[in-house]
Design a protein around this ligand. Structure first.
Ligand SMILES: Cc1cc2nc3c(=O)[nH]c(=O)nc-3n(C[C@H](O)[C@H](O)[C@H](O)COP(=O)(O)OP(=O)(O)OC[C@H]3O[C@@H](n4cnc5c(N)ncnc54)[C@H](O)[C@@H]3O)c2cc1C
Length: 381
């Protein structure tokens, strides 16, 4: 028999599948071509309550665990990885506000974020810090009224579109990782500006831009968590929740690519025979099917472990994200192979899936960092 949480997870996933099919999938290709930000699809997710799925019931959400997040984001990733990425970035900001923000910030922003009326994002990466969040240099100086923020961020999903940003800053330049803090910064604050949207290979409608902070004044109440513990806020929310969302986007891409290749192998006939009768094509389909299922199974197992023991969320998120993101590239690549020249053309969805999948081994932590972190954990280093 299913527990109450499992049945809510199933309902949330079914709802996500319906919205993805009815309101997201049909416009994903056009958004990929135009680069248009998925505002309408995000609003649809907000109206449905899915943007508050992992926010606690006391704060207006459904209180789903990471396994629930994984299921619903997989459905979004199948339809449109850009929409799914924007949603995951929003959920990260929401979760950080819920668990660590002041009452003032939580009551001001969280209800509107749960309803999808206010969009959130997170900003950690900088051009000079690269993959190493401990090397950020964006600075927040404290004065009597709050913080004055100076610096920049790069490749920020939803930048310029989101209303609020969870921003990692350095509050004490002398203390390395212990000198970092998280601030909630509003889009309209004086001194904040945005670069042009990056002309990316894939995930094209997710909008990645630079953020420039030129003496931005941020109230002291916008500190998220404890000053000097911004690294923990990022660890618990960006890694502790976001990595499962990122892995789920990749699982969704792998499943969508497999489905498209199977359909094509049945429908495409050469000399009167469907290409699926050939053993070489069958081998590709078998591998794709297995790889997609293995990525989903690992994601569910890792999410389950993290839900049971949040202290293990990071290492499990690393494993799920590394395997799923590399699997999605391999599966989308095989789907193109099954579809021959058709799959290489923009009119066919697998071409977009391949480009979208490619970005997900770079986002959050790169595969190289993830391998190092997983190896260090295994070796006890
Ligand atoms: C589509 C997309 C969306 C993104 N959205 C966001 C967002 O919303 N918020 C945010 O904060 N950031 C975001 N990012 C930024 C992302 O986190 C960074 O791109 C990522 O951390 C890699 O940093 P980099 O691009 O500067 O690569 P670099 O750090 O320059 O790395 C280049 C290469 O060197 C390797 N490398 C670097 N250092 C080491 C090391 N010590 N050991 C081994 N290998 C190493 C890397 O693995 C990589 O292969 C996004 C990126 C992408 C592509």
């Amino acid at each position: 028999m299913q527990s109450g949480v499992e049945s809510i997870e199933r309902e949330a996933r079914d709802l996500a599948r319906r919205i993805a099919k009815d309101r997201i999938a049909s416009t994903a290709g056009e958004r990929d071509r135009s680069g248009e930000f998925p505002r309408e699809t995000i609003e649809a997710l907000g109206e449905s309550g899915l943007l508050g799925a992992v926010v606690g019931v006391d704060n207006g959400g459904a209180g789903l665990p990471r396994t629930g997040l994984a299921g619903l984001v997989t459905e979004l990733g199948r339809a449109c990885a850009s929409t799914a990425l924007v949603a995951v970035s929003h959920i990260i900001a929401e979760k950080a506000i819920e668990t660590a923000a002041t009452d003032f910030v939580r009551t001001k922003w969280l209800p509107k974020m749960v309803a999808g009326q206010t969009l959130g994002a997170f900003a950690v990466h900088e051009s000079n810090s690269g993959s190493n969040s401990g090397a950020i240099t964006t600075t927040a100086r404290r004065d009597a009224d709050g913080y004055i923020v100076t610096g920049s961020k790069m490749f920020i999903t939803s930048a310029g579109e989101a209303d609020v940003y969870l921003v990692l800053v350095r509050t004490d330049p002398q203390r390395g990782p212990q000198g970092m803090s998280a601030l909630l910064i509003e889009k309209d604050v004086s001194g904040l500006s945005f670069g042009r949207p990056e002309d990316k290979m894939g995930l094209r409608s997710s909008s990645s831009r630079e953020m420039f902070f030129d003496d931005c004044r941020v109230p002291a109440a916008n500190l998220v968590g404890v000053e000097g513990e911004g690294g923990q806020v990022v660890g618990q929310n960006v890694i502790g929740w976001g990595f499962f969302g990122a892995a789920a986007i990749s699982v969704g891409i792998a499943q969508a690519a497999t489905d498209l290749a199977v359909t094509h192998a049945k429908e495409r006939t050469i000399a009167g025979q469907p290409i699926g009768v050939h053993q070489a094509v069958q081998a590709l389909i078998a591998d794709m099917s297995l790889q997609s299922e293995a990525a989903e199974a690992l994601l569910v197992m890792c999410a389950d472990r993290a839900d049971a023991s949040p202290a293990l969320a990071a290492i499990n998120g690393f494993k799920a994200k590394l395997f799923a993101s590399e699997t999605a590239i391999e599966v989308a690549d095989k789907a193109i192979q099954v579809m021959g020249g058709h799959g290489y053309c923009r009119d066919y969805t697998v071409e977009r899936l391949f480009r979208d999948a490619r970005g997900l081994t770079l986002h959050f932590k790169t595969s190289e960092w993830l391998r190092q972190d997983i190896a260090k954990a295994a070796l006890g280093l």
